[in-house]
Structures are given as C-alpha cells and as structure tokens.
Ligand binder design. Structure first.
Ligand SMILES: C[S@@+](CC[C@H](N)C(=O)[O-])C[C@H]1O[C@@H](n2cnc3c(N)ncnc32)[C@H](O)[C@@H]1O
Length: 255
C-alpha cells in the first residue's frame, strides 16, 4: 500500500472505515435480480447500462466495493473480476459471494494499476467506484489498456452540475445556485471528509476518454424513475427530478 498514490491510500482508509455501515446496501443489492443504478435505484430496464448480452464476455468492475454489480454481471453469464482498494469492502463482497454461492475473482488493488495483461476484457464498469475515487488520468488509460479493441467502458458518477451546486460543508443537499467555479474542479477534497474525489467537466471527460483511445457512445443524464423515493444528505428527489444528479458515460475502445 505504501507505494500507492496518496489519494488512493486516503480513499482506501476512508472505505475501510465506511465498509461496515455500507454492508447493508450491498446485501440488498446482491439480493436483487434486476440491476438498479445509482442513488435513485433506476432500473436497468429504464437506463440500459449493460450490453444486450454478457454471456461469455470477460468483464471487470473497477472499484467493486461489495461487488453487487459484479454479481449482476456474473448472473448474466460474464466471466467477471472485481478489483477494490479497500480490504474491508472486499471482506463484505467475499461474505456475500459465499452466501449467494457465486464465486468470482476479487482482487485487492487500485484500478489505476490492474494486474492483468493488455486486452484481457470485453467490458469494464464502475458505479461510483474508480470513476469517482481514482484519478481519471490514470484509471481511464488503464481501462483502455485492459479492454480489447471494440470493448466497452460504462460508468456512473455524480453529475458535474450537481457537484457545482453542492454546499461544501455539512450534510446540506444541492440547491439551485452554482456554488463553485467550474474551472477549478477536477480533484475535489470536501472539508468534512478525508477522501479525495474526482469531478470532471464534460469537456475534461471527453478529452480524457478520447485521449485514452475511446470513442464516446453516450452521455446519459440520469433521471429518477417514477418509483424512485428517498432523500440523500446531498440530494433531494425534487432536485434530481429537475436537474441531473448523476450521469452515465458509455465509451467504446477504438480498434
Ligand atoms: C461507493 S463504493 C462503489 C462500489 C460499488 N458500486 C458499491 O456500491 O459497493 C466506492 C468503492 O470504490 C473503491 N475505490 C476507491 N478508490 C479506488 C481505487 N483507486 N481502485 C479501486 N477501488 C477504489 C472504494 O474502496 C469503495 O469500495
């Protein structure tokens, strides 16, 4: 661990602390048949993040956490591998694998440097994993290296607009004003947490993805579904029904 970049070590420590509290969500998600995405649980049938067939495909989840996304991929016939930098999150993932009788490799390590040879995978995915917590200048080229030509990368993370409207301190949800300059975003450290996040403008994502050898296929502004409910410390459903709170990028490796 000591040779990992500082932001990776800090995020590993943060997620080791948060893993116990987070396990309940992982348990519920592992038990689901149909994937639901993001904080508003939008069903896969509405959002369509997954390729129509995953049978026989080699897939990797970058920042898998409790690995429920990996479990959904495995149940759809993919040969899946999950990688995460938090031992405690992986311990939950391993327990849930045993409880559900669904073994697949889980690696302890950073998505910025994955111990697989070039062109090992057809599909890479991250839901609030590496795409939020790892440096895009490192993990995006690494995802491109891992994918075969034509392979797909899909990730879901906070919408840039939401981050611009989010108060920095306290558990106060995003309001209807821009609170920080867009041009100073990229690496973000909130004052009340020890983690390091990465929030990119759309221009930065386009350049980062294209520069790594991807063609962008879609950018989805996620809308809560009619059945979404609840409230998060940082976002209300009312806000998310008016502005994008989350976004999905879909890209395909050139070749
Ligand atoms: C909110 S969880 C998302 C994962 C999964 N969707 C879930 O909800 O369990 C974020 C995960 O990203 C992992 N993570 C953060 N930085 C990472 C990195 N550089 N490489 C791999 N995983 C990382 C954390 O350890 C954590 O388990």
């Amino acid at each position: 661990m000591s040779e990992l970049p500082e932001h990776v070590r800090r995020n590993a420590a943060l997620w080791n602390e948060q893993a116990r509290e987070y396990a309940t969500y992982g348990e519920q998600a592992w038990a689901r048949d149909e994937p639901v995405w993001g904080v508003w649980n939008v069903p896969e049938s509405e959002l369509g993040l997954l390729p129509s067939s995953l049978a026989g495909q080699d897939a990797i989840e970058l920042g898998c956490g409790t690995a429920y996304v990996s479990a959904w991929l495995a149940r759809r016939g993919a040969r899946v591998v999950g990688i995460d930098v938090s031992e405690a999150q992986l311990a939950t993932a391993r327990r849930l694998q045993q409880e559900h009788g669904l073994p697949f490799p889980l690696l302890h390590g950073s998505a910025e440097s994955v111990p697989y040879t070039d062109a090992s995978f057809d599909f890479a995915i991250s839901e609030y994993g590496a795409c939020l917590w790892a440096d895009p200048r490192r993990w995006v080229p690494e995802a491109a290296r891992l994918l075969r030509p034509g392979g797909r990368l899909v990730f879901l993370t906070n919408a840039f607009l939401h981050t611009l409207c989010l108060p920095a301190e306290g558990e106060v949800p995003a309001g209807d004003r821009l609170l920080r300059p867009a041009f100073e975003m990229f690496r973000v450290e909130w004052p009340d947490t020890t983690g390091v996040e990465f929030h990119l403008s759309h221009g930065d994502w386009v350049r980062t993805l294209r520069g790594a050898g991807f063609e962008i296929e879609d950018l989805i502004d996620v809308r809560p579904s009619a059945t979404s409910s609840g409230r998060w410390p940082y976002a209300t459903l009312e806000w998310a029904r008016q502005w994008p709170c989350e976004e999905v990028w879909k890209a395909r490796k050139r070749g």
